[in-house]
Design a protein around this ligand. Structure first.
Ligand SMILES: NC(=O)c1ccc[n+]([C@@H]2O[C@H](COP(=O)([O-])OP(=O)(O)OC[C@H]3O[C@@H](n4cnc5c(N)ncnc54)[C@H](OP(=O)(O)O)[C@@H]3O)[C@@H](O)[C@H]2O)c1
Length: 368
């Protein structure tokens, strides 16, 4: 087979594999906007859509990679626009949050020229507490902030819709301050209001941040009318890389979104740097690709570097071809420090059976 034919064959395998992994059907994004020239990530209909079936109009999308707006400050708009031009389509921000500039996300996607229905916009609600360091009062807020959590949710959603320049938000998460669960009764009260907004089609999916307690989650899950479909958690040794949560995530078809993949205990993926070198990708790319290979995972990144944006988009496209088999994924997990019980297989799988062909199929766009 000539080089060109071989390349086409690999592409066909890759596209087939990306469509198969996670049982999702991909729809390539088409647009006449300037960002068209970049190869965009595809938005995939999520199998968890059924969980929020009562949302009449909201779409349910899943991508392996999302751009988070944490600590981007004044540069948020510019960076979001750049991320869209590079291929990102899913954006994660937070309302009334000290470290997120939600308005910047709105400005960035508007400036990109990409139609709203080709983007997945996600935000979160944090309970209003002026004494808490993550909470930030917004200029449009009344002088006296609402005291009940129900009123706070309504005000927060209205503020987010205005900031994001949209009439609907694809997903909204209840944000637990710094991995400390908020009072359960208050979360339940807030959730009922969020459910009303799903009914109205203003919100798509609902989720929570920082849930590492199986029993708590099962109880909460059973108490809800509209089920949480998303959990956003750190991927970190101090939470056992969520191995204890894996069965629960699978049972409820939870879309797991990960932060601290690079700047946490993986040390930028350095624990597996030798494997990355052999594969011709950066340790950071391999770390992200490993998380993506776990099935329902979405990697959150908030890089300010164009080169890193390109690297991450590249891995999001080729991750099914990154690991040759599950043994290699297990080797990666072990070096990382994940303690996977023997009777609990690592979630997800390597995408393609290459037999004895160990030629790297993912390439970094930079010199390794
Ligand atoms: N729910 C929560 O409590 C919570 C907490 C933290 C974060 N989050 C969410 O997760 C998002 C990501 O936050 P994070 O703390 O995990 O990571 P991050 O803010 O993206 O930081 C990642 C660090 O890794 C570096 N890096 C090196 N290679 C990279 C590559 N290929 N791609 C991306 N970054 C690379 C980045 O530097 P360069 O900028 O130079 O690339 C940056 O310093 C946030 O924006 C936020 O939406 C949620």
């Amino acid at each position: 087979m000539g080089m060109a034919a071989a390349a086409v064959a690999v592409m066909v395998i890759l596209v087939t594999s990306i469509q198969t992994i996670g049982g999702v059907i991909d729809k390539p994004i088409e647009s006449d906007s300037p960002a068209k020239s970049a190869t965009a990530l595809t938005l995939s209909s999520s199998s968890s859509a059924s969980a929020s079936a009562s949302a009449p109009t909201a779409l349910s999308y899943k991508t392996p990679l999302a751009y988070g707006s944490n600590k981007l400050g004044e540069k948020t708009g510019e960076l979001v626009e750049q991320a869209i031009a590079t291929g990102f389509r899913h954006f994660v921000t937070a309302g009334h949050h000290q470290k997120h500039n939600e308005t910047g996300v709105g400005i960035g996607w508007k400036a990109s020229g990409i139609p709203r229905n080709e983007l997945f916009l996600q935000t979160s609600f944090i309970p209003f507490s002026e004494s808490h360091q993550d909470f930030k009062k917004q200029p449009s807020d009344p002088e006296e902030l609402p005291s009940t959590i129900e009123e706070q949710v309504r005000l927060s959603i209205q503020t987010s819709l205005t900031a994001l320049q949209t009439d609907h938000i694809d997903a909204l998460l209840f944000n637990n301050f710094r991995a400390k669960m908020w009072d359960t009764d208050e979360i339940v009260k807030a959730w009922k209001v969020l459910e009303d907004y799903v009914d109205k089609g203003v919100l798509g999916q609902l989720g929570l941040t920082s849930v590492h307690d199986v029993e708590w989650f099962e109880r909460f899950y059973n108490s809800t009318r509209i089920k949480p479909t998303i959990i956003q958690n750190r991927f970190h040794s101090n939470r056992k890389y969520d191995v204890p949560m894996q069965e629960t995530f699978a049972k409820h078809d939870i879309w797991v979104q990960r932060f601290w993949l690079l700047n946490g205990s993986s040390g930028m993926g350095i624990k597996n740097k030798d494997m990355a070198k052999i594969k011709g990708v950066t340790p950071a790319q391999l770390m992200l690709g490993f998380a993506m290979s776990m099935g329902s995972e979405t990697c959150l990144v908030g890089t300010k570097s164009l080169q890193h944006m390109k690297d991450d988009v590249e891995i999001a496209k080729c991750y099914p071809a990154l690991f040759f088999d599950d043994e290699e994924r297990k080797e990666y997990a072990q070096k990382l420090g994940m303690k996977q019980p023997k009777d609990q297989p690592l979630p997800g799988r390597s995408g393609i059976d290459y037999g004895n062909d160990k030629t790297p199929k993912c390439q970094s766009t930079q010199e390794i």
